[in-house]
Design a binder for this molecule. Structure first.
Ligand code: AHR
Length: 493
């Protein structure tokens, strides 16, 4: 199988935020997954669990979205500040009907981001909130000086303002965020975002609620009416292998047909991005407004015996392929896609980490993020793979999906997903006009349903590639069925 990379053709900067994540007050993502409270026996810093924190730092997590999701348009931020014993308790009606005690709020989230070393991406409430409430949240977080909200922040123990760059004005306002029409939302966006102020040096990157998967009309209308008031427009697309939301399919028990269906559906991301981008081009030919895929990933039936409102699912090599394919697609759309946030960080949907009490495991998707982190902030290179179609009669997909970039040191990073379940392949990688000095590589592979469990946490791990053949400007490397590979190539001076 041949891949040609042209290091002479530099296309766009790959915004590191493409490797972003999403954490919602949903199931065991925030509580248990990230935050266990200061009195927990699980090692923590200010209530944030240390094992998860270390794992997140390792993959250079660049940006984290919070507090939702659907929860964002029901969240009233003032419930989550001040002494914990005074914070309002409420029912999380959207997700599982459990008690939300608001012990994780703005201060705890900001602390989490500081500890990870990532940018916060706050999603405000349009659906059930007010302009004043949203405006005051931004003032509370970012105003440096004398103001009621800055004073309140100081009373709550944080004199210094935080830097908040990314702010979302509503979430899924076509659905759980208020069932609005695009015309209505676009006008509301203009109104709410007017009062999302820049204080001092803090310059907010304002994000409008974008479309659900194939809803191109939403993008068209919102761009037409409100495009010039926004910096980013979101987009949500989930990979749901089953026929319906009632029958989405199992995360771990599936046929080869299901596997290829899943990957075929995930590959639709290419078409979805191309079409939304071309609509945005109509109103924003200079690509000033970023497209932010701030929810993506697989969505299966929940694990048996778990709360259906918690969206807890296992994560297999199939998910590793889904992650790798999407990240390669995002890289290739780096001219327009400025952020992506897989849903969700811990214990929810396509999580990179699962926890059970004090135990934590890394999923195959985690290892893909670990390998692909080497693309962050690189320059995308032109590349083309001469692949063949594989799969079943009804689900034909390309056998290799790739992207390539160059980092500041001049090293070339290539990531490859091999989708075929039955055959090994030998990749012949040609670098145009570039002689290879040395190469290192890492990969994950396994049966499509292979996954890590709390009993067997290391069934799927990242491994080093041991054998390469280097011939001038060619590298030969083998790929196992159902595998994801990352290469770092140092060219000759
Ligand atoms: O990620 C789970 C949910 O999916 C989010 O809350 C919502 O935005 C989307 O429908």
């Amino acid at each position: 199988m041949k891949l040609v990379v042209n290091p002479g053709k530099k296309l766009a900067t790959i915004n590191k935020n493409i490797y972003g994540h999403f954490s919602e007050h949903l199931g065991r993502c925030i509580y248990e997954g990230l935050y266990v409270g200061e009195d927990s026996e699980i090692e923590n810093i200010g209530g944030i669990r240390v094992d998860v924190l270390e794992a997140l730092k390792k993959i250079k997590l660049p940006v984290l979205r919070w507090p939702g999701g659907c929860f964002a348009d029901e969240y009233h931020w003032k419930d989550g500040i001040g002494p914990k014993e005074n914070r309002k308790k409420m029912i999380n009606t959207h997700w599982g009907g459990v008690v939300e005690d608001n012990s994780f709020g703005t201060h705890e989230f900001m602390r989490l981001c500081e500890l990870i070393g990532c940018e916060p991406y706050i999603n405000g409430n349009v659906g059930s909130g007010t302009v004043q409430e949203m405006s005051e949240w931004v003032e509370y977080m970012t105003f440096d000086g004398l103001s009621p909200m800055a004073q309140l922040r100081e009373e709550n123990g944080h004199k210094e303002p935080w830097a908040v760059k990314y702010f979302g004005v509503g979430n899924e306002n076509w659905g759980c965020g208020g069932n609005m029409r695009p015309e209505y939302y676009a006008d509301l966006y203009r109104r709410f975002s007017t009062y999302v102020r820049n204080y001092g040096d803090n310059k907010v990157y304002k994000i409008a609620c974008g479309a659900n998967n194939f809803d191109y009309n939403w993008t068209d209308v919102v761009m037409k009416i409100a495009g010039r008031f926004m910096d980013g427009l979101s987009l949500h697309y989930y990979t749901v292998p089953g026929e319906s939301w009632q029958n989405k399919g199992s995360a771990t028990v599936f046929s080869d047909e299901d596997y290829y269906t899943t990957l075929k559906k995930t590959l639709l991301m290419e078409e979805i991005l191309t079409k939304h981008s071309s609509i945005m081009d109509k109103y924003d030919p200079d690509k000033r407004v970023g497209l932010l895929v701030d929810e993506w990933g697989t969505w299966y039936d929940v694990e048996e015996g778990t709360n259906p409102g918690f969206l807890y699912q296992q994560n297999t090599m199939r998910d590793a392929l889904v992650a790798g394919i999407n990240l390669n697609i995002f890289n290739k759309h780096a001219d327009r896609v400025q952020m992506a946030n897989i849903a969700q960080l811990v214990n929810v949907l396509q999580a990179i980490i699962l926890t059970e009490g004090e135990k934590m495991i890394l999923t195959p998707t985690y290892h893909v993020f670990d390998m692909f982190a080497s693309h962050q902030d690189n320059t995308l290179l032109e590349s083309q793979v001469f692949n063949k179609m594989v799969g079943t009669e009804d689900n034909q997909i390309p056998n290799v999906v790739e992207s390539a970039s160059v980092n500041e040191e001049g090293q070339i990073i290539i990531t490859l997903c091999h989708t075929d379940l039955s055959t090994d392949i030998m990749m012949d990688i040609e670098l145009l006009d570039t002689q290879v000095q040395s190469v290192t590589g890492q990969y994950v592979s396994g049966a499509s349903s292979a996954h890590n469990t709390f009993e067997n946490p290391d069934l799927v791990v990242k491994e080093e590639v041991k054998e390469f053949k280097i011939l001038g400007n060619h590298i030969e490397v083998a790929m196992a069925p159902c595998s994801v590979l990352q290469l770092t190539i140092s060219p000759k001076e």
